[in-house]
Design a protein around this ligand. Structure first.
Ligand code: ATP
Ligand code: MG
Length: 361
C-alpha cells in the first residue's frame, strides 16, 4: 500500500527584481516532482520587499508574517532590492523575517559538479549562527580626550551555540544520506564538521562557542561524525587553498557571514548558490544573489540558486528523497552544460535552464 500523501503549503515571496523571475521556477520544480514521492504542494503568494514598501509603506506586511506563521510549512524568498541611499522607514524584510520566525541558522551549501569545476570538486556547507555575536548591534560611541571611541557588544550564548552546532551535526549526517540515495558524487567518505572560532584571542566569547559546539557534537547520535576545529584566519587560508577538504563548517555569526560570501566566490556565479534560513519549525529557501537590477526583465537570470534553495528547504522539511532528486537534476544540467545561462558562459534563458532541469527529474 502506498504511504499517505503529504501536502506542504509553501509561501512564495518573490520580492523585487529577478526574484520575480526565479521564484516561479522554484514553484514549477515543486509542481513537477514525481508523484511517486507522495508529495503535494499548495502555494500562497506573499508580499515583501522594496516595491511592496513603496506601495504599502511596509517592506514586510503583517499579513505576510501571519500567513507564514499560521498556514505555511515553509517558504521561498527571492530577493529584495536595497536602495543605494538610505530610505526612511525601509529596512530589510528578510532580516526582520529571520527575527520574527526565529530562523537562527543560515545554511549555505557551496558545490561544484564534475563538469562545472576547473579544479577539484567542492562540496561544503557553511552553517552560520544568525541571532547573536556582533550582530546584536549594541554599539556605543563616547568622547574621550583622545577623540571618539566606539564599542560593540559581541554576545555569544550557550543556547545559541548549542542549537547551531546541533543543526550542523544533523546536516552532516543528512548529507551523507542524500549522497547515498542519489547519484551525487562526493569527495567526502565520512561526515565531518569543522568548528570555526578565534578562541586563542577571544577566550571567553569564542571560547564559549568552541566549548559548547564540542559538547553538542559529542552527542551519541553524532558518533559517526569526525569533529575538528580551526581558527578562523587559518580557515580562510585553507578554504581557498583546499576547499575540497571541507564538509560542514559551523561558525558564529560574523565569521559565518564572511566565510559564506568567500566560499560562494569559489564556484563562479552567484546564480548557483542557494541558502536556507532555518528555525526549529520552519525553513525559508533563498538564493544568495540579490535582485540583480542589471539583468532584471531580460529573462536570463540563472534559476539554479533558487532550484537548489527549494531542495534545501525540502531537506529541512524532512523530504530528503525529493531534495536528492532536485540536486541530481541540477547537477545533470551543469555537467552536460548544454543549457547554461549567460552568467555561466551559455546562451540559455531562465525558462530553458528550468526546462532542462525538469526533464531530468
Ligand atoms: P542587490 O542590491 O539586490 O544585491 P546587486 O546589484 O548587488 O543587487 P546582485 O543580485 O547581488 O546585484 O548580483 C551581483 C551580480 O551578479 C550582478 O551583475 C548580477 O547580474 C549577477 N547575478 C546575480 N544573480 C544572478 C543570477 N541568478 N543569474 C545571473 N546573474 C546573476
Ligand atoms: Mg548584492
Amino acid at each position: 500500500m502506498a504511504a499517505a500523501a503529504r501536502t506542504l503549503r509553501i509561501g512564495l515571496i518573490p520580492g523585487d527584481g529577478i526574484g520575480r523571475e526565479v521564484i516561479p521556477a522554484g514553484r514549477r520544480i515543486l509542481e513537477s516532482l514525481p508523484s511517486s514521492l507522495g508529495l503535494n504542494f499548495s502555494f500562497v503568494d506573499l508580499d515583501a520587499g522594496f516595491e511592496t514598501f513603496q506601495r504599502t509603506g511596509s517592506a514586510l506586511p503583517d499579513k505576510t508574517v501571519e500567513t507564514l506563521k499560521t498556514e505555511c510549512d515553509g517558504a521561498l524568498f527571492g530577493a529584495v532590492s536595497s536602495p543605494s541611499t538610505k530610505v526612511a522607514g525601509y529596512s530589510s524584510p528578510i532580516v526582520a523575517l529571520r527575527k520574527k520566525l526565529d530562523l537562527y541558522a543560515n545554511v549555505r551549501p557551496v558545490k561544484t559538479t564534475a563538469g562545472s569545476s576547473n579544479g577539484k570538486p567542492i562540496d561544503l556547507v557553511i552553517v552560520r549562527e544568525n541571532t547573536e555575536d556582533l550582530y546584536v548591534k549594541e554599539e556605543t560611541t563616547r568622547d574621550t580626550p583622545d577623540g571618539k571611541v566606539a564599542e560593540a557588544i559581541k554576545r555569544i550564548s550557550e543556547r545559541a551555540s548549542s542549537r547551531i552546532s546541533t543543526i550542523a551535526g544533523e546536516i552532516a549526517l543528512r548529507r551523507q544520506n542524500i549522497r547515498s540515495t542519489s547519484n551525487i558524487a562526493s569527495v567526502h567518505s565520512q561526515p565531518m564538521v569543522t568548528i570555526t572560532h578565534k578562541s586563542n584571542v577571544l577566550s571567553q566569547t569564542d571560547g564559549l562557542f568552541r566549548e559548547t559546539a564540542r559538547q553538542a557534537l559529542a552527542a551519541a547520535k553524532f558518533s559517526s561524525i569526525h569533529v575538528e576545529e580551526q581558527i578562523v584566519d587559518s580557515m580562510v587560508y585553507k578554504l581557498f587553498r583546499q576547499p575540497e577538504y571541507y564538509d560542514v563548517i559551523v561558525a558564529p555569526n560574523l565569521y559565518g557571514d564572511i566565510l559564506s560570501d568567500g566560499a560562494a566566490a569559489l564556484v563562479g556565479s552567484l546564480g548557483l548558490v542557494p541558502s536556507a534560513n532555518v528555525g526549529d519549525n520552519f525553513a525559508i529557501g533563498e538564493p544568495c544573489h540579490g535582485s540583480a537590477p542589471d539583468i532584471e526583465g531580460l529573462g536570463i537570470a540563472n534559476p539554479i540558486a533558487t532550484l537548489r534553495s527549494v531542495a534545501l528547504m525540502l531537506e529541512f522539511l524532512g523530504e530528503e528523497a525529493a531534495a536528492a532528486k532536485i540536486y541530481a537534476a541540477v547537477d545533470g544540467n551543469l555537467d552536460e552544460a548544454k543549457f547554461l545561462s549567460p552568467d555561466m558562459g551559455g546562451k540559455a534563458t531562465t525558462t530553458q535552464v528550468l526546462e532542462d532541469v525538469l526533464k531530468r527529474l
